[in-house]
Design a protein around this ligand. Sequence first.
Ligand code: AMP
Ligand code: MG
Length: 411
Amino acid sequence: MKISTYPMLDAEVVAGLVLERAPLLPVEEVAIGGWEGRVLAQDVRAPRDLPRWPVSAVDGYAVRSADGGGRLRVAGESAAGRPLERALGAGEAAVILTGGVLPDGADSVVMAEDAQADGDTVVVPANPASGANYHRPGADARAEEVLLAAGTELGPAEIGLAASLALDSLPLRRHPRVALLSTGDELFAVGADVDSPGRIPDSNRHALRAALVEAGARVTSLGIAPDDAAGLRQLVERALEDADVVVTSGGVSVGTHDLVKPLLEELGEVHCGRVKLRPGKPFTFATLRGGKLAFGLPGFPVSSLVTFEVFVRPALRKMLGCAELQRPRLAVRLGYDAAAAGDRTEYQRVSLVPEGSAWVAHTTGSQSSSRLKSLAGAHALVRIPPGADPIPAGSEVQAILLRLPAIPPQL
Ligand code: AMP
Ligand code: MG
């Protein structure tokens, strides 16, 4: 058995050196219809006031507030998209429908239920408030105001807002292209009919593909590389043809079949071969020609997903141009005594339960790096800093939120 010569680096140091080397991807103009989940490369400003015209918020009568209390002559109608094409004179009202533009001269809308219509006249209450029941121009946004900042991820409301400005194309950063492969002679592709001793399904490729897609990457899945240097090299070189990033799992610990680190040494520069992290000690990171990134994730299923969370996801988000690289964090109370992992930072998987005004983190059971059940359904990872002493139940720790639990309605 070889002894690793790579220094053990602090997890924070590794996270920093990965982010430093993650390049911002180029900007492209993307037509509306293709914006979902992408990230704005420039601020979007309102090209003009929004709404552009004074529009009614209700069905009723557009009036001059000074005419309140009188019997007014109904001069016509302003419906959504079909404005009354003349100004309102003194003693006149116009029927107005929700979304209809106020005629010039009108400064108030009286709701239909507060008015008494009578033939082509209407009686409106005294003192209708000027400005009542309509949206003023610029009430939602002023011309030139920044409505969406560079780095914003585009979800339904952000897409709707850009479309409401009649923008049909936005400058967005390209998706990271990621080539994904698994390593190991013990693996078989899920779906293949293999049932022989020691062979296991290649589950990491599916888990990591899902994690990559969630992080905004376009994934090419290259399959399983054998535990031989030439076969692995061939697949990784193919991966580099058009990917920005190569992600492998397995083959980074120090057994005889661990070939990823030597290959990355040949192809580029390995910046990290061991991290003070549990799970995920053998996490490997290299830069290759053309500034491409290579992540050699550990083979154990929990280790590969946790190191993905800690190191790969923030890097991909930086490449995409996201303003916020990290998942939301929350201070929570430990609901169990957590043994610290000596000199390593540990990310333990927990479920969160509300108790009074606090969130309490309960362990998801055995934290073995092969036990994916510890992560499946977990709400968060809690970060247990290195140290000799256990962290007692009741202590406050940081939770990295993967998903939030439902809160019972009475809370
Ligand atoms: P390795 O670092 O290659 O020695 O892998 C460590 C362990 O992780 C292996 O013994 C397998 O049990 C597991 N493993 C490696 N790759 C995968 C994979 N693609 N899918 C599921 N489990 C894996
Ligand atoms: Mg292996």
